[in-house]
Design a protein around this ligand. Structure first.
Ligand code: DQA
Length: 151
């Protein structure tokens, strides 16, 4: 059986995890989170690739490049979540099942974080469980792909 190919995409400022606002985002670095995901992926037999960019265009180009070679996407779009229609359109354009994740609970925070413009083009959203949101996202994506007969 071929392994499912999952792209884990991190948006702006997530390269600062472990340094940045630790009370909100926790102490793990981005590398720590990627390593946790790799451990989980090994148990599930998934093939993960990782990408981080601080630029909207970089994220969009990467999502476009996923078309045809990626079965699912885990996306933490950072602040772009709240206003990037271009990112939303990129997810819709490639049509790859995508799970939106956030370390913090965006609904418990400032009003401007309560809106996700990408949510309507994602399968679902996981928010508020710290680095564990990514692992829950991976489980949810795996289940969704399985139910869609893609695994
Ligand atoms: C975030 C929440 C966003 O509002 C914020 O801009 C981030 C991180 C999260 O993972 O909790 O950069 O996506």
């Amino acid at each position: 059986m071929t392994k499912l190919r999952i792209a884990v995409i991190h948006g702006p400022n997530l390269d600062m995890l472990g340094i940045r606002e630790k009370d909100i985002y926790g102490t793990k670095s981005l590398q720590d989170i990627n390593d946790e995901m790799l451990r989980e992926a090994e148990d599930y037999g998934l093939n993960l690739s990782f990408f981080q960019s601080n630029s909207e265009g970089g994220l969009i180009d990467y999502i476009h490049a996923c078309k045809g070679n990626t079965d699912g996407i885990i996306l933490n779009a950072g602040a772009y979540t709240h206003y990037s229609i271009a990112l939303r359109d990129a997810i819709a354009a490639v049509g790859i099942p995508t799970v939106e994740v956030h370390l913090s609970n965006i609904y418990k925070r400032e009003d401007f974080r309560h809106i996700s413009v990408i949510a309507p083009v994602c399968i679902g959203q996981i928010s508020g469980f710290g680095y564990y949101s990514y692992l829950l996202g991976l489980q949810a994506l795996r289940k969704a792909l399985d139910e869609a007969g893609l695994s």
